[in-house]
Design a protein around this ligand. Sequence first.
Ligand SMILES: Nc1ncnc2c1ncn2[C@@H]1O[C@H](COP(=O)(O)OP(=O)(O)OP(=O)(O)O)[C@@H](O)[C@H]1O
Length: 236
Amino acid sequence: MLVVEDLVVRYGRSPALRGVSFTVNEGEIVTIIGPNGAGKSTALKSIVGLVAPASGRIDFAGRSVVGLRTEALLRQGLSLVPEGRHIFTSLTVAENLRIGATARRDRRAARQDIADMLERFPALQRRVSSPAGKLSGGEQQQLAIARALIARPRMLMLDEPSLGLAPLIVEQIFDIIRELRAEGTTVLLVEQNAAKAVALADRAYVLQSGSVVIHGAASEILSSTEVIDSYFGGAA
Ligand SMILES: Nc1ncnc2c1ncn2[C@@H]1O[C@H](COP(=O)(O)OP(=O)(O)OP(=O)(O)O)[C@@H](O)[C@H]1O
C-alpha cells in the first residue's frame, strides 16, 4: 500500500533521512522505532507533505504522493495523527470531529461517522460540547485519533501516540490501535515506546541517525538481542 524508497530529507544542510526505504502492506501494523532525533517524525512528515524530500520515492496505492496537498492526501486515504495531537483546544469536541470530515463529500455518512465515533469513545461523548482543551491528555489523544478516523483513512499514521501519557492511558491507546487493526485498518505507527510498539506490530523498522539499521517481522525484532539491548534496555 505504501512504498517509500531511498528517501532523503535535509533540514538546511543537515540530513535527517539518508536514503530510507520501508513498505506498509494493506491490513498491516508497521512500526518505526528508534531513539530521539532518529528521523521518525520526519519520515511521517514527508509522507504527508509537511517536509519536502530532497530525493526518493513515496508511492501510496500505486501513485506518487510527493507534492500533494493535505486535502488531496486525505482523499487518497492518508491520515496522520501528529505528535502532540494538534487538536483545536478552544473548539468543542464536536467541532474538532467535524474538522475531521472536511475532506468528506458524503456529508450524511460523515455525520453518521461522527455519531459512531462518539459512541465508540464514551469519554468524548461525555464532553462533546466542552472545549477540547479541557480534556485530559488521554482524551485528547482519543479525540485526535477519532478525528483522523472520520476521514475514513485507508492508512492511519500515528506519531508518538503514547507521548506524555500515564501508563494506564498508554494501554488504552494501544488497545484502540489493536482494535483498529482487527477492523482491517492499515496502521503506520511511530513510537519511542519501542517494546510496546513492536509487541503490537506485524513488522518493525529501527531507525537510527536517519537510516534504517534493522527491519523485519516484529517477532524477529523482539528476539534480536542487539535491538533488545539498544532499545528495550534488555527488558523486552
Ligand atoms: N524543523 C527542523 N529543522 C531543523 N532540523 C530538524 C527539524 N525537525 C527535525 N530536525 C532534526 O532532524 C533530525 C530528525 O528529527 P525527527 O524529529 O524526525 O526525529 P524523531 O526520530 O522523530 O525524534 P523525536 O522522537 O524526538 O521526535 C533530528 O536531528 C532533528 O534535530
